[in-house]
Design a protein around this ligand. Structure first.
Ligand SMILES: Cc1ncc(COP(=O)(O)O)c(C=O)c1O
Length: 400
């Protein structure tokens, strides 16, 4: 019957209910600041928000949103092609294009719509989309919608990418290669220099999703593309407003003028209401702050390094290098759930990630760091993990 395929989820939910744990969709009852909230009746440090620069509570962004709501109303009530293009949408697009030093930008109502919509539209039947195996669900969704042949290459493995492009022969030139700047779950960065070298040798078009690297990497905050020095070889850069910019929405920029035509062929752009004026206004202000205050990025990295080295010193299994996303990998589901719950009891709210959202069969306690965290809050996170070891929930020697 129709619902049988959901049995695995019903069983998982029952298991969580029996343990009185709500790791997915836990209700935030009150937000106290960019880094603190009340969740399940407890005051907690937010350690899994993607609020990398802490801008969701910046008074300038809040004021811009309030003013826009008064001036333009709460919503556009229409798609960009109908009545939903306000002058502020166009201004935000110009500002994004200028930030990336390219001629063209499209904004979307969510980051998911941006990557899904672009991947679904840039390639079609008879063409190939070549994805890093750890790509985000929005990239997979777009690939499936595109009707193109989907081929995955091993995560962050340029040699495997080269092998697959070589096999494609002449078809390589009609292939869209999709990678992320910083990967959302383990915080590792794409080796863009090597990936670009492969693209130069075999052909193809390169699309980089900078959702977790905009505002995080690069001397101007343009992401892994900028940090690698490879921007001029990248055909499309996508990103989101929901992380470093503290709002909602997404974008794609490109040096190719054809983007302006492609805009009219993206269903996730045409058939959905455009971003509301307060969201556009706070995003514009956040982009201005991202550009003018590099100190925020330095603060973010100080915090990221502090958390990474603190967890590493405890012997916990963290990723290969420091990053604002610091994930602790566990093999056992029950233990991962217990750890998540114990961290919440200790006043630290992290993301519990289970397959298939995690890139392997493992479970993740995913922490994301913000420039707005204080050193004391980072130390409290480390202390909460030390508590997991002391109470025997994690065996650093076995798990590390
Ligand atoms: C790599 C990547 N792309 C796209 C998205 C979608 O962005 P949004 O949540 O802003 O819709 C996410 C969100 O987590 C992401 O991690």
């Amino acid at each position: 019957m129709l619902f049988e395929k959901f049995n695995f989820m019903a069983e998982f939910q029952a298991e969580l209910k029996a343990q009185d744990v709500v790791p997915f969709g836990a209700v935030t009852e009150k937000i106290l600041s960019a880094t603190e909230a009340v969740v399940n009746g407890r005051k907690v440090i937010l350690a899994g928000t993607n609020n990398y620069l802490g801008l969701s509570f910046d008074p300038r962004c809040i004021a811009a949103a309030q003013e826009a709501a008064g001036k333009w109303g709460t919503g556009t009530t229409g798609s960009r092609l109908a009545n939903g293009t306000f002058i502020e949408h166009e201004q935000l697009e110009s500002e994004l294009a200028a930030f990336y030093g390219v001629g063209h930008a499209i904004t979307f109502t969510t980051g998911f719509a941006a990557t899904m919509g672009m991947c679904a539209s840039l390639v079609g039947p008879g063409e190939v989309i070549l994805l890093d195996a750890d790509s985000h669900a929005s990239i997979y969704a777009g690939a499936q919608l595109s009707g193109a042949e989907i081929i995955r290459f091993k995560h962050n493995d340029p040699e495997d990418l080269a092998k697959r492009l070589r096999r494609l022969g002449e078809r390589a030139s009609q292939t869209l290669i999709v990678v992320e700047g910083v990967y959302s779950m383990l915080g590792d960065t794409a080796p863009l220099e090597e990936i670009v070298a492969v693209k130069r040798e075999y052909g193809g078009w390169l699309f980089v999703d900078e959702a977790h690297s905009m505002g995080v990497l690069g001397s101007h905050g343009r992401g892994a593309s900028e940090a690698s020095g490879m921007e001029s070889d990248i055909d499309f850069i996508a990103g989101t407003f929901s992380k470093s910019l503290g709002a909602t929405g997404g974008f794609c920029v490109s040096r190719h003028p054809e983007l302006e035509t492609i805009r009219y062929c993206i269903r996730a752009y045409i058939f959905t209401a455009s971003s509301s004026p307060p969201v556009v206004a706070s995003t514009r202000k956040a982009l201005e702050i991202l550009r003018s205050e590099p100190g925020l990025r330095r603060q973010l990295w100080d915090n990221a390094n502090r958390l990474y080295s603190g967890l590493q010193a405890l012997g916990l299994p963290v990723g290969p290098s420091p990053s604002p996303v610091v994930a602790v990998t566990l093999e056992d589901r029950a233990r991962a759930i217990n750890c998540w719950s114990a961290l919440l009891d200790a006043g630290v709210y992290v993301n519990l990630v289970v397959p298939p959202a995690s890139p392997s069969t493992n479970f993740l306690l995913r922490n994301s760091v913000s420039a707005a965290h204080s050193s004391a809050q980072i130390d409290a996170m480390i202390a909460a993990y030390a508590g997991l070891i002391d109470s025997g929930l994690i065996d650093a020697k076995r798990d590390g």
